[in-house]
Design a protein around this ligand. Sequence first.
Ligand SMILES: *Cc1c(COP(=O)(O)O)cnc(C)c1O
Length: 399
Amino acid sequence: MSIGIPENIIPLDSILPDEPLLMMGAGPVPIPPRVAAANSIVINHLGDTLARVIEQVKAMSRYVFQTESMHILGVAGPGSAAMEMAVVNLVKPGSKVLSICNGFFSQRLAEMAERVEGDVLRMQVPEGEGVSPGEVEKLIKQYQPDIITIVQGETSNTVHNRALPEIGVLAKKYGCMVIVDAVCTLSTMPLDMDDWGIDAVITGGQKGLSSIPGVSLVAFSDQAWKAIEERQDRLRHWCLDAKLADQFWYKKSYHYTAPVSGILAMHEALRLICKETLPRRFERHSSCSQALQAGIEAMGLSLFVEPCARLNSVVGINLPENINSLQLLKTMSQRYRVEISGSFGPPIVRIGQMGEQCRSHNLFRTLHALGASLGSLNYGVDLPVGMAELERRLDSYER
Ligand SMILES: *Cc1c(COP(=O)(O)O)cnc(C)c1O
């Protein structure tokens, strides 16, 4: 025993703020009390109790993904692990992959496909735009991909690929499969996996679903599952092998120790979505996000993406000249206890509108913190006009 006990370790209470910060960034998002309570419980990972929970998680997921698929799997890991699970099980060495790239996360899907030796063609979509189905069709004809990857909502630059249903139709027409990253969008806006002909949909816990980070879901279509079952080569990834995960999720046997607390949390998050219903949830998200956008603009700031390609789930605000992003975020966090996100890429700051973030009391506090912080950094905004516009827009939604 030559390594001593570390000195100066202080209890968590002394590290965390007295009052939790309001998490209004690009995730993780606030979780409902029911989800937090479920997350504090540990149960047997193989017993009948968890088996009943898993049955309900799968049933509720089918509603949330809008699919009849019996191939929805949970993953102990971040949204990226679910992305990787979809990619490594469907992309074989030499598979031709068309990666539609209009942001950081679509590039991540492309990189994952390259790492398993897919033959990847990156289609670069101009910054701030959604992909055009006509351009995709041209490339499909030229390149004849086996698989297309696309992100529904690019959290990184707040672009929404509105043409997703058309991309699904094109993929079926030309016989390729489509992998969709819906980490920030699932349950915040429509995504009809079966009707749109999508073969794999990925989501994380900590964004649209308003659960905890670290437990994610991936849904495979029957066609995708057939491709997985027919694969002859041995997957290089053991934890992410869908056939091994199927042992736990459908055959009640052991793959690895499931993240039981996280699955319980996911159960509660899904149950709250089912209780709210998807149509009402979509309506809440679009109304809240649009009210927030209107408030931001009325205050005198501008939004990064034009309305035709603008994502509602995460709002990107152009950083005013002479304002340092880190300083703005620090002021909002320290003075007003509101956290929003900076950017990796364009000069924007981002406010999330996912799950519990879309509540009017959170919107008022966030918009006020943004305007007041800019004011204290000597950038003039019309805060009262912005707040009044937010109130007017929310009021007309709630009536
Ligand atoms: C956050 C996010 C991811 C990655 O999720 P992690 O849990 O951070 O791995 C992937 N795609 C999109 C669109 C996201 O918003």
